[in-house]
Design a protein around this ligand. Structure first.
Ligand SMILES: Nc1nc2c(c(=O)[nH]1)N[C@H]1C(S)=C(S)[C@@H](COP(=O)(O)O)O[C@H]1N2
Ligand SMILES: [Mo]
Length: 320
């Protein structure tokens, strides 16, 4: 109960920006109060988890983006302890611990397919391609929960322009690392590994589509997709692949992992759409992590003004 109380006070009395600036101070207090109250722990035992929460490397020179929502940012501890990352665990609480020692350096991203020059780029080269921006986006999981996250990165279009795909390239495919020694979830056939996702070229080039390497002013925590992931805010979360090692340009629609796994439940487009139910549940509402009551889900997750034109003339019930 104390956790909820701390969050309620925070969302009503502190603006997202001041929350952001005071994050360390606030989280420390909230983590200790909340965890101690919930489990009856003494302060000494809960000091460790809160130190983990505070780990991370600050990213310098972040510019604020006009593309940000002004909605209340979800607390860092919720965003980093409730993750979908099947390479580590199918439990949402699992990845925070199981990804702790995941190695994100050295890290290379292979660029291939229909591109002028196939190459392998070092992660630190990619990070220097453009200046980092903070983009506060809504994120809606297909399972019915949502978060508001201050991601850090730059438009994927910056990288795409730099690597120069050929005119035949119609889609971009993203592949996550395959390494079952580091990713214990890959020892089980819960999905086809490695995790693959894809976007149509115009979706990938859209200014909202973020190549993301940080959140809350710091490098991405491993459980959120370090060292690099994409974030596509008008689509269900599974379109945003984590820990990317390969970006391939192609003329055919990529076969995305969730579509392979359950084609009647997860399409290629996966635009957030309150009017198209998941076969097993409604998509009309969502629960923001840390809140009690549900809120209506918005068409294209609220990004319709920016992205609806990409789909004009398409039947979004067929192309779900
Ligand atoms: N490689 C990989 N990427 C992934 C997933 C995954 O299991 N593996 N889960 C997806 C799903 S279903 C969601 S909702 C988001 C969650 O991102 P977050 O944990 O940073 O909130 O990551 C997406 N990217
Ligand atoms: Mo998701």
């Amino acid at each position: 109960m104390l956790i909820k109380k701390a969050e309620a006070i925070r969302s009503s009395e502190i603006t997202p920006q001041s929350l952001y600036l005071n994050r360390r101070k606030f989280l420390h207090g909230a983590a200790i109060t909340g965890a101690a109250a919930a489990a009856g722990f003494g302060l000494r035992e809960v000091a460790l988890p809160s130190a983990t929460v505070l780990a991370g490397n600050k990213i310098d020179g972040i510019k604020k983006s006009p593309l940000s929502t002004t909605e209340t940012v979800t607390p860092y501890k919720d965003v980093t302890n409730y993750n979908n990352y099947y390479e580590f665990s199918t439990d949402k609480e699992g990845p925070a611990t199981l990804a702790k020692n995941f190695r994100t350096r050295p890290w290379k991203v292979k660029i291939d397919g229909l591109v002028e020059k196939k190459e392998e780029l070092d992660i630190d080269t990619i990070l220097k391609m453009a200046s980092p921006e903070e983009r506060i986006y809504r994120h809606r999981c297909v399972e019915g929960w949502s978060i508001v996250v201050p991601w850090v990165g730059f438009s994927l279009s910056e990288l795409i322009k730099r690597v120069n795909p050929t005119s035949k390239a119609k889609f971009v495919e993203f592949t996550t690392l395959l390494d079952m020694t580091q990713m214990p979830g890959q020892q089980r056939p819960v999905l086809q590994w490695p995790y693959v996702e894809g976007l149509r070229m115009d979706e990938a080039m859209h200014p909202l589509t973020l190549l993301c390497f940080g959140m809350y002013g710091e490098e991405l925590p491993n459980q959120d997709g370090a060292p690099i992931r994409v974030v596509v805010p008008w689509k269900y979360g599974f379109k945003s692949a984590k820990a990317i090692v390969r970006i391939r340009f192609t003329d055919k629609q990529p076969q995305n992992t969730w579509n392979i796994s359950a084609p009647t439940e997860y399409g290629f487009y996966s635009n957030v759409n309150p009017n198209v139910d998941h076969p097993r549940w409604s998509q009309a509402k969502e629960r923001r992590l840390g809140e009690f009551s549900k809120r209506p889900t918005l068409m294209f997750n609220g990004y319709g003004d920016q992205v609806a034109s990409l789909y004009s003339g398409m039947d979004l019930k067929k192309n779900f």
